[in-house]
Ligand binder design. Structure first.
Ligand code: GLA
Length: 333
């Protein structure tokens, strides 16, 4: 693509399709400011809107880091995806305890309502959608719901309760269920069953967040297409919420300090394929968020193997566009 020497902007390239987001930390808002302002028109806090950070102790709210992201987004006319209210991780234990014992349902519901109320009334003009419930579904085996403290305290209805509270407290926000492995058939079918059931029970849910923590070897085009079609058939908007494409097979050890040419070639092919699919389904896919900005800061350097360097994003460690970036912006139209 000839851009007269200027690197195209991702979000502008996709303005007729969907918004293009990045997950940020208070640090990357500063260190990656040029990439962010040029390429993205949506932000998600990688960690700073999770309950453990917003309300580490009951009634003690800490909004400083979230505020920095919201201010940045407002200053640069970006959207913000809120992430997240109900999750089994990064949620303090006090939510579920009463004088050292398991708290009863009414108390936990009340705490969740207060949390959602406080957060959404602070940001209701700025945050246009929320991942209300994150990762509630079990990956394998016959049970659908993951065994969590939310399930233990509130019972099987807890997802519906969370969506109802979120709608009550922030009637204008779009409300999403969000999960990983959401295109893997076994888990996809469970998530689909859960969402169908929620819809049938008139739960106020607007969308499905497909996280998209993928890699260069797995997650086929067919599975991605099929998952989008299934979730969209429930009249749900689709967001790709946490996209990155690992260059390693899941738990394959590696001590590489730079990616191999083969890895980058496969990654380019993968990014090309998946963005082609997202464009094809842009009637229903309304947002695509990368889980990070550039390869110098990625959670995958510590997961699932600590210290294994990864290069999952569209910009390299020096913030230069990778081959994958050029493939993603290279299409007719
Ligand atoms: C999950 C969560 C995110 C984040 C990532 C790792 O996908 O939804 O909030 O914690 O793991 O960064």
């Amino acid at each position: 693509m000839n851009m007269g020497g200027k690197t195209p902007s991702l979000w502008q390239r996709y303005r007729n399709y969907f918004s293009v987001g990045a997950a940020v930390t208070p640090k990357t808002l500063k260190t990656h400011i040029e990439l962010l302002t040029h390429n993205f028109n949506s932000l998600t806090c990688e960690n700073h809107m999770k309950p453990s950070i917003l309300q580490p102790k009951e009634g003690e709210y800490r909004f400083k880091a979230a505020d920095a992201t919201v201010d940045f987004a407002m200053e640069h006319s970006m959207l913000i995806r809120g992430h997240t209210f109900v999750w089994h991780n990064q949620t303090p234990d006090w939510f579920f305890l009463d004088a050292g014992q398991v708290a009863d349902k009414a108390l936990v519901v009340d705490r969740l309502k207060n949390h959602i109320n406080k957060v959404t009334s602070k940001y209701n003009q700025q945050i246009y959608c929320w991942d209300v419930v994150n990762e509630a579904v079990e990956d394998k085996g016959s049970s659908c719901l993951r065994n969590t403290k939310w399930l233990e305290c509130l019972g099987e209805d807890y997802i519906k309760i969370a969506f109802e509270l979120a709608r009550e407290e922030d009637p204008n926000a779009k409300l999403f269920y969000n999960d990983y492995n959401a295109v893997v058939p076994e888990k996809r079918d469970k998530i689909f069953g859960l969402l169908k059931d929620l819809k049938e029970k008139d739960t106020p849910i607007d969308g499905m967040g497909i996280q998209g923590h993928w890699d260069i070897y797995n997650f086929s085009e067919d599975d991605i297409r099929k998952a989008i079609e299934m979730y969209a058939s429930l009249d749900l908007e689709i967001h790709i919420t946490e996209l990155d494409v690992s260059v390693h097979d899941w738990r394959e050890p590696s001590s590489l300090k730079v990616p191999t040419a083969k890895m980058l070639e496969l990654q380019e092919k993968k990014y090309d394929e998946i963005f082609t699919i997202f464009r094809e389904y842009s009637e229903v896919v309304k947002s695509v968020t990368l889980w990070g900005v550039a390869d110098d800061v990625t959670w995958l350097d510590g997961f699932p193997i600590k210290g294994r360097k990864n290069w999952p994003l569209l910009f390299d460690e020096d913030h230069k566009p990778k081959g994958s970036f050029w493939r993603v912006v290279d299409f007719e139209g």
